[in-house]
Design a protein around this ligand. Structure first.
Ligand code: GAL
Length: 343
């Protein structure tokens, strides 16, 4: 790091030959290699080659995001009758926890398992008032690569004062390989009957709208392209998919990750399945990428990656009808998202 702090890189490899590289900087997933019998492995996530590139980019490639994934309108938060002003870092809004979010922090790391199901824990203390959020927050994320090819990401937190908490991982997947061009021809499924439409600045209007008859109907496996080429105003706002879908299987009482989404590439026959305890999933297609210089001299263009960011709905602190991201003082937060690779 510029201040001399050393960043560690961990490599989680299972007996099936799946291998992940994770940095203590932002918990960034830098590589995710899927083996092939004959050919070199396919790296299914976008990333950079240097720390400097991660620090100077604002697209959260592979990173842990917090304290609050996605946007809070005008950075305004009211909790227990107190108003808080959060850091404004995109337009008029607070995006992904503010300009010095979890993605920019070096986390304390511990190796939990070196053998089967390799696992690491990353811990971070976020002080009271960090980016404007109330409450000293202790958070821990455990990454486990299972022998059944799932990357399990468990999020834990407690806060000294009542606050909001909405962590995610912001990996950009490309199941044909990180440098293989656009994801347009890949297929996705999202088990969601409703989505949360936004205004032109990606702030939810507050409505839940049925996906039926819209480009957001991914209940049956369909190409990403059918949505990207739609003339629907919601797609035009951001040059592609950048929307929160409401996961049908969400159960606020359950700590068991349930199936929510899938993506698949016919080129490589690699599929990804997403299981989560969270109520929403931001489906984002890297709409603003424009010759971004990525790993190994690759150039990333618009629609070259697909994010499945599990989350509370964007701006939920200002939308009382959305599931609540409030974390009460002293209570324990737990969520889990699992990404399973099939090949
Ligand atoms: C997404 C968000 C996008 C964009 C991206 C980061 O989660 O929905 O609008 O900000 O992160 O580049």
């Amino acid at each position: 790091m510029p201040d001399g702090t050393v960043i560690e890189q961990f490599c989680l490899t299972n007996n099936q030959g799946v291998s992940l590289e994770i940095l203590s900087l932002g918990g960034i997933i830098r590589r995710w290699l899927i083996p092939h019998n004959a050919k070199p492995p396919t790296d299914i996530v976008l990333g950079f080659d240097s720390v400097q590139a991660y620090l100077s980019d604002d697209s959260y490639l592979g990173a842990l995001v917090g304290r609050y994934a996605n946007r809070i309108a005008e950075g305004k938060l009211c909790l227990e009758s107190k108003n808080y002003q959060l850091d404004i870092n995109q337009g008029d809004n607070c995006l992904h926890g503010g300009s010095q979010g979890f993605n920019n922090k070096v986390w304390q790391s511990t190796v939990l398992s070196r053998d089967e199901n390799p696992a690491i824990a990353l811990q971070l203390e976020s002080p009271d008032g960090d980016q404007g959020f109330p409450g000293a927050l202790s958070t821990k994320v455990i990454y486990t690569l299972t022998e059944s090819n799932r990357l399990k990401i468990e999020y834990f937190a407690t806060s000294k004062r009542t606050t909001v908490f909405n962590p995610t991982n912001h990996s950009y997947f490309n199941l044909s390989g990180h440098n293989s061009g656009s994801v347009n021809n890949q297929h996705i499924q999202v088990v969601a009957s409703y989505y949360t439409p936004t205004d032109a600045h990606a702030i939810p209007t507050g409505e839940l709208i049925k996906v039926e008859g819209t480009p957001f109907d991914f209940r049956k496996l369909s190409t990403i392209e059918q949505a990207l080429t739609s003339a629907h105003p919601q797609i035009q706002y951001g040059n592609g998919l950048d929307h929160n879908l409401c996961i049908d299987s969400y159960d606020p009482q359950s700590q068991e990750a349930k199936y929510a989404a899938k993506a698949t590439s016919e080129n490589t026959d690699i599929s990804l399945k997403v299981y989560t305890t969270m109520p929403g999933i931001q489906v984002f297609t890297a709409n603003h990428f424009d010759h971004k210089k990525g790993k190994q001299d690759s150039l990333y263009h618009a629609h070259q990656g697909l994010c499945f960011e599990t989350q509370f709905y964007p701006d939920s602190p200002n939308q009382p009808q959305f599931p609540s991201a409030t974390l009460k003082a002293g209570e324990a937060f737990y969520s889990v998202t699992e990404y399973e690779v099939l090949f």
